[in-house]
Design a protein around this ligand. Structure first.
Ligand code: ZN
Length: 240
């Protein structure tokens, strides 16, 4: 479930850089947004090793296990190439004049950048380094920050998407305000992206108790407990 935070962190970043990307992209803004979002969820597809082969394999450190090949630059690229081929039809809505190859490459690029944003979010997690340059075995990361495992980020991203959807609806209703509302939506995405990166850098994880206390400094109990219960249930189902 908290993999959603990875996807949404990449999506808000995608929306922030979209004004620059869309000038050159061979696929639509919508396709590119989806590519970032899905790409940022891809590294955690290593859960398949648990579902197919069991918990021991998942945590064993083998190349197809958790935080192994899937959490590397090359692994991300290979997954992006494969997923772009599989989802080309439903996902790549081509811009006028763009070739199919250019659309495929843009889709692959969006997915790959999504996987790299996932690596950034995971990079600082204590106790979990990653083989960024796999197949080289040297591992990087593992500090005391968190870029994904918190209800706070889920609420931040969901609120951002909710307000942005409201601004889009308003723009459809009052087209004369389109420019202003589009700028407001961009600013919103930029602030959410900045806050996510800021959170990664300022958060500190030392123990479960300390982390729980930190969550209560950020959010009321009502917004924490249901998310934590859902995440625990999903985690035990996947890894128990
Ligand atoms: Zn991960």
């Amino acid at each position: 479930m908290i993999t959603i935070n990875h996807g949404l962190s990449a999506y808000v970043c995608a929306r922030t850089v979209m004004p620059a990307l869309k000038k050159h992209s061979a696929i639509s803004e919508r396709s590119l947004g989806w590519a970032f979002l899905l790409g940022a969820a891809l590294p955690d597809a290593d859960i398949l090793s648990k579902l197919l082969l069991g918990r021991a394999e998942y945590f064993s450190g083998v190349w197809y296990g958790h935080r192994a090949a899937s959490h590397s630059l090359l692994g991300g690229l290979l997954m992006a190439l494969l997923v772009a081929a599989l989802l080309y039809r439903p996902l790549a809505s081509r811009r006028e004049g763009g070739s199919a190859l250019a659309a495929y490459l843009w889709l692959t690029g969006g997915l790959w950048i999504g996987t790299i944003i996932h690596l950034f979010g995971d990079f600082f997690t204590p106790g979990w380094s990653m083989p960024i340059f796999w197949p080289a075995v040297v591992r990087f990361g593992s500090y005391s920050h968190i870029g994904w495992f918190t209800p706070y980020l889920l609420w931040l991203f969901m609120t951002t998407l909710f307000i942005a959807a409201g601004l889009r609806a308003l723009a459809r209703w009052k087209p004369q305000l389109n420019m202003f509302l589009a700028s407001a939506a961009w600013l919103l995405y930029a602030v959410a992206s900045w806050r996510w990166i800021h959170f990664v850098l300022i958060s500190r994880y030392h123990s479960r108790g300390q982390w729980a206390e930190f969550q209560h400094d950020l959010l009321p109990e009502l917004l924490i407990t249901p998310i934590n219960h859902a995440v625990s249930a999903a985690w035990y189902w996947m890894t128990g």
